[in-house]
Ligand binder design. Structure first.
Ligand code: ADP
Ligand code: MG
Length: 225
């Protein structure tokens, strides 16, 4: 498998020069296309920071991130926006727009990418995810598990090959957690999506072909099955 993601000497520093926080500390990492990578680590170990850097949501301090040929450290705003429109991102707390219904939240995924809004694609995704009866519902009225499935549909509407997940089941009951895990397994195994998932939950080890452990902003272990 060729590498889709390449990180070299990636560092992210927050805070002032007097009180620096080294959230990500000199990370080298390659992630193959079509893999399912899980990044484990305790709270504060730098997982979300690393994911946000790879998703183009935050700027690296030093080093280089190249994803699918795009050098994120050098990309201008336009190219960065284009890159972000081509990936999927799933967050712990869904990040839905509370004033919109289910369908419009999913269509937002296409608007954000500047693409034509394809309503039938959104409906199809929501149906696959078992939400056809909730299409017109205001997302405020949905359960946590339903909200996360809406967020997954939104992330898929622009058909990304690469999906980033940050604690995707962190706010869910165990039944919804199982559902979301199965959706991620299917996206990987049946559709060949590359998935990078960060979590403090060791249960996700079972889904991964590569398990990376972070501590204090560093990678301390890499296990490939
Ligand atoms: P994790 O996702 O593993 O819990 P984070 O990446 O959220 O870890 O955080 C890593 C470190 O960076 C922590 O010490 C955290 O307090 C710090 N940090 C994260 N985001 C910011 C920020 N926006 N400003 C300052 N410090 C931050
Ligand atoms: Mg986090």
């Amino acid at each position: 498998m060729s590498n889709l993601i390449n990180l070299q000497g990636v560092t992210k520093r927050y805070g002032s020069s007097k009180n620096p926080v080294l959230a990500v500390d000199n990370i080298d990492l390659s992630i193959p296309k079509g893999s399912f990578t899980v990044i484990l680590g305790r709270s504060g170990s730098g997982k979300s920071t690393l994911l946000n850097l790879m998703a183009g949501l935050d700027k690296i301090t030093t080093g280089e991130i190249v994803i699918d040929g795009v050098d994120l450290s050098k990309a201008n705003a336009k190219n960065l926006a284009k890159y972000r429109s081509q990936i999927g991102i799933i967050f712990q707390f869904y990040n839905l727009l509370p004033s919109l219904n289910t369908l419009d939240n999913v269509r937002m995924g296409a608007w954000a990418g500047g693409k034509k809004i394809d309503e039938s694609k959104a409906v199809e995704l929501l149906t696959t995810l078992g939400l056809e009866h909730r299409i017109k519902a205001n997302v405020k009225t949905l359960s946590g598990g339903e909200k996360q499935r809406v967020a997954i549909a939104r992330s898929l509407v622009s058909d990304p090959n690469l999906i980033f997940c940050d604690e995707p089941t962190g706010a869910l009951d165990s039944k919804s957690e199982d559902q979301v895990q199965q959706i991620l397994i299917d996206l990987h195994q049946k559709q060949g999506k590359t998935i990078v998932l960060v979590t403090h939950n060791p249960e996700f080890e079972n889904l991964a072909d590569t398990v990376i452990t972070m501590s204090d902003g560093k990678i301390v272990n890499i296990k490939t099955k």
